[in-house]
Design a protein around this ligand. Structure first.
Ligand code: FE2
Length: 375
């Protein structure tokens, strides 16, 4: 195994872009009204805010949902000549914005663009009776954007331009807490350029690397490097395909997304058994590893606090690193194209990403690819 812990101690200095975590994730979708219903029903998100023609926005509607510290925005264009419509025509449903919380959106723009970041939103200040939100943004891989959101002087429900969205339909939350990490799939030979982008433009560090010797041969081959900001609140693994005997899952993504984009968003929970049980009962579909995965689980990962039976019943995966262990599970793609999915993760000390599960997982993914005729 060639996993390299390339940076055991995250640096405390030279953080020219202090980040406090993910502010929100915005998806462009075909029908935001119905997608919002899905995220409420299936994942337990709560109605938070709305923007559209009724609030003076003429070209789109956006619904903002929240669960604990995670905010999700779902946006649909109202006309075919909108860039949002072009995006949706090409990619289908997918992540457009990974918005990050900053202290100073104007400085974030200055610091990143002077290091080579390409602006997609010049700094601007939005204000209403509840205060002001300052924001700016730069482009990253594919058509994905990072918006820098500064909301320390804002007390409204979300941001100016949005009104509170009250609904009579409020399914219970499922214990989802916050965004743990967001993974990007990039094209052949593009992983290292994007690693450099996160290092040079955003001041991130490469904290873990997986090469094709870790995760290849007859399994879906890929290479991955995990980029983290200084405090570890924002982590972006970057995958690229690698040559294998069969078509890589990253290749399948690139083909069906018609370009680079966000592969999965990992959401943290403090009780994965309870969360996954509720998600499954509400119709969320997960990848299933064979039952044999559990036969020698404790030999592989050592003692864990959880009972094995519920983990086995739900198909929850376990992995260990030097600092502890983690429990995780991956949904099937949540749209008709085999593109974006979610990960549910509970960390018990471990700061890694479940490398020990890659083989079992890729076998499960390959079975799904074969079912789609894409292997
Ligand atoms: Fe992940």
């Amino acid at each position: 195994m060639n996993t390299k812990q390339t940076n055991e101690m995250l640096p405390k200095t030279s953080d020219f872009l202090p980040l406090h975590g993910t502010d929100y994730v915005e998806l462009y979708v075909g029908n935001a009204k119905q997608a919002a219903h899905y995220y409420k029903t299936a994942f337990g998100f709560q109605s938070l805010a709305y923007a559209g023609p009724e609030t003076g926005v003429k070209d789109r509607v956006s619904y903002v949902l929240v669960q604990n510290k995670m905010r999700l925005m779902l946006t649909t264009p109202l006309h075919s000549d909108s860039p949002i419509a072009e995006h949706h025509k090409k990619h289908g449903d997918g992540v457009k914005v990974l918005a990050l919380m900053v202290d100073d959106a104007y400085d974030a723009h200055e610091q990143t663009t002077k290091r080579g970041g390409v602006s997609c939103l010049a700094p601007k200040t939005l204000s209403d009776a509840n205060g002001e939100v300052r924001m700016s943004g730069i482009k990253t891989y594919g058509e994905v954007e990072h918006l820098f959101i500064e909301r320390k002087n804002y007390n409204g429900v979300f941001m100016p331009g949005f009104v509170e969205w009250k609904s009579v339909y409020n399914p219970e939350p499922t214990g989802l807490l916050y965004v743990d990490h967001c993974v990007g799939n990039v094209d052949w030979n593009q992983m290292n350029p994007w690693v450099s982008f996160y290092e040079n433009v955003m001041g991130f560090k490469n904290i873990l690397s997986f090469d094709d010797n870790d995760i290849s041969t007859e399994y879906s081959a890929l290479m991955s490097k995990v980029m983290s900001n200084g405090n570890g609140y924002v982590k972006f693994p970057i995958n690229e395909p690698a040559e294998g005997k069969r078509k890589s899952q990253v290749e399948e993504y690139l083909e069906f997304y018609e370009g680079e984009g966000v592969q999965h968003v990992a959401i943290a929970t403090l009780d994965i058994v309870s969360t996954v049980k509720q998600l499954m009962a509400r119709g969320v579909e997960f990848l299933k590893v064979p039952n044999s995965y559990y036969d020698d689980l404790l030999d592989r990962v050592g003692p864990i606090e959880e009972d094995i039976e519920p983990l086995k019943e739900l198909g929850i995966l376990v992995d260990r690193d030097d600092e502890g262990y983690l429990l995780q599970l991956f949904t099937k793609p949540v749209e008709d194209r085999p593109t974006m999915f979610y990960e549910i993760i509970q960390r018990k000390g471990a700061k890694s990403f479940g490398k020990g599960n890659f083989k079992a997982l890729f076998e499960a993914i390959e079975r799904e690819q074969a079912n789609r005729g894409n292997l």
